[in-house]
Design a protein around this ligand. Structure first.
Ligand SMILES: Cc1cc2nc3c(=O)[nH]c(=O)nc-3n(C[C@H](O)[C@H](O)[C@H](O)COP(=O)(O)OP(=O)(O)OC[C@H]3O[C@@H](n4cnc5c(N)ncnc54)[C@H](O)[C@@H]3O)c2cc1C
Length: 392
């Protein structure tokens, strides 16, 4: 089987979503051109949590084992109060968790998840991976899509999938709903070698310190050789992109008064990189004719459920399955794909905001959070997240 009319499917963007989609489509026999604006296929250094739902998707494209190879399997997720140090809740992620969800929970480096998809794509003779190719514009004639690249070159495909992230140009053209919503939350992130983390501060778990209008997360990465740190706080700064250099003074001002474990870990970092967190309201339709969107381009979300990459991967698997079911009618396949996805991704967009409120609660709200989560059994915690982890 090839794509409907013999032309490749074009993918704008070779991030996690773009490469997962290319690979999932190639497995179904489609030829694909991935057009990436950067000069190489690469991901920024930071950790990423992989819920059992992404493993359900990876299983359908045969990549579970490869993904687990360099990942870290934390024994538990813990929430602690950043002011008192008290344990709020501890959710085991071992056998009990596996028995419930039938898939593991892991954390990995962004470069590692991206690398798994990249190597899978490189091994396929149906995928062309092209760098320095920014998609500037496109026209859908109804029969095919003609893309204009920054070089002025034009490329024709049977369809275009916009995997071009939070600030997607593809979205601008088919939806046109303006800039993403700036949440007012900023994430500072850093990755340290294991030996730079004092033994009394190193923990095998995913630990989240919930503070007033802040939270701080840390966990090991890459088979335990690295340590990932992410500090999130409220701020009105706005810088587009995912790699701006951060202002440490602002961080100190927000975390002052928190537990010594938090402050000692924050002190270890010399240079922080920063992300200004944005999202959008969920939408129901993100396809138009032979053009569709995927991942952050379709449903950008705050990272409080740690699901953006997981959702992009689920999208990729569903899109490929829908395209394979009707390869001669890609516009219909795209409509079926968005129909399959919009409620699930919309729920994650909305619930991620709710979790953010929970993490950053102050005063009575924080007390209530601690009381509510603290009284849960592991089984009740699994029930609470079952809608997300149990699906795909
Ligand atoms: C602080 C933070 C922590 C997170 N933690 C998690 C987590 O734990 N678990 C999780 O699942 N998710 C997490 N996420 C979310 C996740 O990182 C994103 O949702 C995911 O990377 C989106 O992938 P994507 O491929 O859709 O977009 P991107 O990763 O943004 O990739 C887009 C690609 O398109 C390219 N591009 C853009 N425009 C063009 C163009 N015009 N032409 C060609 N190429 C173009 C870009 O160069 C880039 O390579 C986190 C996000 C943040 C901010």
């Amino acid at each position: 089987m090839g794509s409907a009319d013999g032309l490749p499917i074009l993918i704008a963007g070779g991030g996690i979503g773009g490469l997962a989609t290319a690979y999932a489509l190639a497995r179904k026999g489609f030829s694909v051109r991935v057009l990436e604006q950067a000069s190489e296929f690469r991901e920024l250094g930071a950790g990423i949590q992989l819920g059992p739902n992404i493993f359900r998707a990876l299983g359908r494209i045969g990549l579970t084992e490869a993904m687990l190879e360099d990942a870290w399997r934390p024994p538990a997720q813990e929430m602690r109060d950043a002011l008192t140090g008290a344990l709020v809740t501890r959710i085991p992620l071992g056998d009990e968790f596996f028995a419930r969800f039938r898939e593991p929970y892991a954390v990995t480096h962004r470069a590692d998840i991206h690398g798994v998809f990249l190597r899978a794509c490189q091994a396929s003779n149906l995928i062309s991976l092209e760098t320095d190719q920014r998609v500037d514009d496109f026209e859908d004639s109804g029969e095919s899509v003609m893309v204009t690249l920054n070089s002025g070159e034009r490329a024709e495909g049977s369809a275009l999938i916009g995997c071009d992230g939070m600030w997607s140009r593809t979205r601008e053209k088919i939806i046109g709903d303006g800039r993403p919503r700036v949440s007012g939350h900023i994430a500072y992130r850093a990755v340290l070698p294991r030996d730079q983390v004092p033994d009394d501060l190193w923990r095998p778990d995913v630990v989240l310190w919930a503070g007033p209008r802040t939270h701080f997360v840390h966990y090991p990465l890459r088979r335990g050789t690295l340590y990932n740190l992410v500090a999130v706080f409220h701020s009105d700064r706005y810088v587009e992109g995912w790699n701006a250099e951060a202002d440490a003074d602002e961080l100190w001002a927000r975390f002052t008064g928190q537990r010594p474990e938090v402050l000692r870990l924050l002190e270890l970092i010399e240079t922080w990189r920063m992300w200004v967190l944005c999202d959008r309201e969920p939408i129901k339709e993100w396809s138009k004719g032979r053009v569709t969107l995927l991942g952050d381009a379709a449903h950008p979300m705050l990272q409080y459920l740690a699901q953006g990459a997981c959702m992009a991967t689920e999208d990729a698997v569903w899109l490929a399955e829908m395209a394979a079911a009707q390869p001669d009618d890609l516009p219909a396949a795209f409509r079926a794909y968005q129909q399959q996805r919009y409620l699930r991704t919309g729920q994650v967009q909305i619930m991620a905001r709710v979790y953010g409120e929970f993490y950053h609660a102050r005063g009575v709200a924080a007390e209530l959070r601690n009381q509510m989560l603290g009284s849960r059994t592991p089984e009740q915690s699994y029930d609470g997240i079952g809608w997300l982890y149990g699906g795909m």
